[in-house]
Write a protein that binds this ligand. Structure first.
Ligand SMILES: *Cc1c(COP(=O)(O)O)cnc(C)c1O
Length: 466
């Protein structure tokens, strides 16, 4: 082995050779990249040995903390057998065992597991399954080829996932590549487009969706939704009963319900899956991020027996689901995912979590009094703190002011790593975080927000689309 490069060398090589996701590289090249070399529990440790609280759970994936001994051991043990063999025409023990475990914990009625390797592909698979299902199982229903989704939705960055997404800043420029879809206004209680308030609104926001599903069910293959919380939109929660209403509409009009639990799955909202809050079973469910405890890229699309049956037939009927990836069912990923589910049981992760969720609510409450904070939105261990320039008018900071980014930079200097979404500070701690660490996290967050100057000059207000 050659000599380890120094931290300085690594920083230089990063700026010279790399292109980072969702990153303006011109700015990146002028900054000192933070290079994470190690981790332990809720902390990340950089090449200079400096420790940071992982406020995003490494972009929403980590569950039981970094370097969990049971997860570490599961990978090492699997590595002693084999790292990878194909799932096309072959199977492997961890993938089989994991599928069985996933079906045990999934919303009742989901009976089959189709693996892939990231959230976007899990969504693509759900979309393709839905379209092919209608072609084969109910051809008399006519071509059901399109999808209804919410505005501000985020389902991943591949073209199919972007087609059912709607975050202008990320998606608008790719319009020429996208397939047509039907969009509906999402609920947004802080900035309600109907100017109503929950619960006296009686969820009037579901009425347009009802009209769409009623009128378009003949060409709608499915409705895709991030259950409970539109995460990448800036942590926009749905009012209680909303998801259940969508399920009812789908059932009533024979449209498949696809839930994207990539962000919300594996305890993030306080239950194993967000659907459970509403007693909902989707027809297709995409999972990824927390599936392996945040250790390895792995994803799955779960579905019902009815959909699975729609793909059965003699080979020459060509009802096969013609889709697969080189790393489908990767044994290392499946082994660590199995270990993660084991830790959920052994450490009673979800039971432990409930008092931490209450604590997080209690810690965040005083932040609402800060003049910079317009709204605090929390579902379990997913929280968004929306910064505003004017609390009364809810006037947002212009995106160019980079308010979220500035707060995150201060937080980083104080030992907390955040990844804001525009003006929304996002706090997604590992489920395993201790109460003291959680207190420290929110304290740094509060101190960092307090440094943010509120622009007294309203002429600076240019309203940007997200
Ligand atoms: C992150 C995310 C995805 C995409 O997952 P990748 O693994 O980044 O492709 C899809 N849907 C939701 C809700 C997500 O949060």
């Amino acid at each position: 082995m050659s000599q380890q490069p120094s931290a300085r060398q690594l920083r230089n090589w990063d700026r010279r050779y790399l292109w980072h996701p969702f990153t303006q590289m011109q700015e990146w090249e002028q900054e000192e990249p933070l290079i994470i070399e190690r981790g332990k529990g809720s902390y990340l440790i950089d090449t200079d040995g400096k420790k940071y609280l992982d406020g995003t759970s490494s972009i929403w994936v980590n569950v039981h903390g970094h370097r969990h001994p049971i997860l570490d051991r599961a990978i090492k043990k699997q590595l002693d057998k084999i790292a990878h063999s194909t799932f096309l025409g072959l199977s492997n023990p961890p993938a089989i065992e994991l599928a069985r475990e996933l079906i045990r914990i999934a919303p009742k009625g989901l009976t089959r597991v189709f693996y892939s390797d990231n959230g976007s592909t899990a969504v693509e698979i759900a979309l393709k399954m839905a379209v092919q299902y209608w072609q084969q199982h109910h051809p008399e229903a006519g071509p059901k080829n399109t999808f209804l989704h919410l505005k501000l939705a985020y389902h991943g960055d591949t073209i199919g996932a972007v087609s059912v997404g709607n975050i202008d800043l990320f998606h608008a420029r790719f319009k020429p590549l996208l397939f047509p879809t039907v969009e509906a206004e999402p609920p947004h209680c802080y900035r309600c487009p109907l100017k109503l308030a929950y619960p006296s609104c009686h969820m009037a926001c579901t009425e347009p969706i009802e009209v769409i599903v009623k009128n378009r069910h003949r060409d709608l293959a499915g409705v895709i939704i991030e259950p409970i919380m539109q995460a990448a939109a800036g942590m926009i929660p749905q009012p209680p009963g909303y998801l259940k209403r969508i399920r009812e509409l789908c059932t009533q009009h024979r449209v498949l319900m696809i839930t994207d639990e990539v962000a919300t799955g594996f305890g993030r909202t306080g239950k194993m899956f967000a659907c459970e809050h509403e007693g909902v079973t989707p027809d297709l469910m995409a999972i990824s991020k927390g599936l392996t405890g945040g250790y390895m890229p792995l994803a799955a699309t779960l579905t019902t027996d009815d959909i699975y049956q729609g793909f059965l037939g003699r080979y020459d009927q060509f009802k096969t689901f013609f889709h697969g990836h080189s790393f489908t069912g990767n044994p290392l990923g499946c082994a660590v995912a199995l270990a993660s589910l084991h830790v959920f049981r052994q450490e009673k992760t979800l039971t432990q979590l409930s008092s931490k969720i209450t604590l997080l609510t209690r810690l965040l409450t005083p932040l609402a009094a800060l003049p910079q904070v317009g709204d605090i939105r929390q579902r379990g261990f997913m929280a968004g703190i929306e910064l505003v320039m004017n609390k009364e008018t809810k006037a947002p900071f212009p995106l160019s002011a980079k308010a979220g980014h500035r707060v995150a930079a201060i937080a980083r200097s104080k030992g907390l790593l955040l990844r804001p979404i525009g003006n929304v500070l996002v706090l997604i701690p590992p489920l395993s975080i201790s109460k003291d660490e959680l207190k420290k996290m929110v304290e740094i967050l509060k101190q960092s927000i307090e440094t943010l100057q509120i622009d007294p000059c309203p002429t600076h207000q240019t309203h940007h689309k997200r």
